[in-house]
Design a protein around this ligand. Structure first.
Ligand code: CA
Length: 236
């Protein structure tokens, strides 16, 4: 499953340059030339990181960034802001809108690639780790083993991939279509109901003898690994 990056930039040559270089690094790249287009694309493509230009037609980069930070599902979305302005006050304004990093045009492509890698590492260490954990569930990618509360959980290969996909992005809601793309791949045609069947099997295997269900069904939207799952609620 490759990491998805969305470029939001109205200068087409720059978009092409960034797309080429990011794709060479193995990222799946999406692009939008307008702020409002980007907003829609973020809901649909669910990128892992956004490279966002400051000045855009439709909706400015700053305004888009603000909007993304007010929505729970995009509050944590890593954003690198691009801007031609270098003044200190502008920098502060850029960061206070919620961007995680900031790069001034003109910049070198290797510099941007390094920032992208650093931000992805910082924002989601799970993506590069062999051992994923969520609450009392542990998943070992290398050994293909899953345990809950220290006891082994027997999963089929599809359920394993499904759990791995969800554990990489705790809290994020995925539609059945996105799960099909991410777990089965977009090349093959599988009925969306197949997702429900496998989620059902995964739940059954994980929840055997346990009280809390870590998988959240979001009506009309899809499924997520509950990011509150396993956290100790502190009572006042
Ligand atoms: Ca621009």
């Amino acid at each position: 499953m490759s990491t998805r990056i969305l470029i939001v930039e109205d200068e087409e040559p720059l978009t092409m340059l960034l797309r080429y270089n990011l794709e060479s690094e193995g990222y799946e790249v999406y692009a939008a030339a307008r702020g409002d287009e980007a907003d829609t694309l973020i809901r649909e493509a669910r990128p892992d990181l956004v490279v966002l230009d400051w000045m855009l037609p439709g909706l400015s980069g700053i305004e888009l960034c603000r909007r993304l930070r007010t929505r729970p599902e995009t509050r944590q979305l890593p954003i690198i802001m691009l801007t031609a302005r270098g003044e200190e006050s502008e920098r502060i304004r850029g960061l206070s809108t919620g961007a995680d990093d900031y790069i001034v045009k003109p910049f070198s492509v290797p510099e941007l690639l390094a920032r992208v890698r650093a931000l992805l590492r910082r924002s989601n260490p799970e993506r590069v780790s062999n051992l994923l954990s969520a609450g009392d569930i542990e998943l070992d990618r290398e050994k293909k083993r899953v345990s809950r509360n220290g006891k082994p959980v027997d999963l089929g290969p599809t359920e394993f991939r499904l759990l791995e996909f969800l554990m990489e992005r705790p809290g994020r809601v995925f539609s059945r279509e996105q799960l099909l793309d991410g777990v089965w791949g977009s090349e093959i045609y599988i009925d969306e109901r197949t997702v429900d069947v496998h989620v059902g099997r995964l739940r059954k295997a994980l929840n055997h003898g346990h009280a809390a269900d870590p998988i959240r069904t979001v009506r009309g939207a899809g499924y997520a690994l509950d990011d509150r799952f396993g956290k100790v609620e502190k009572s006042a």
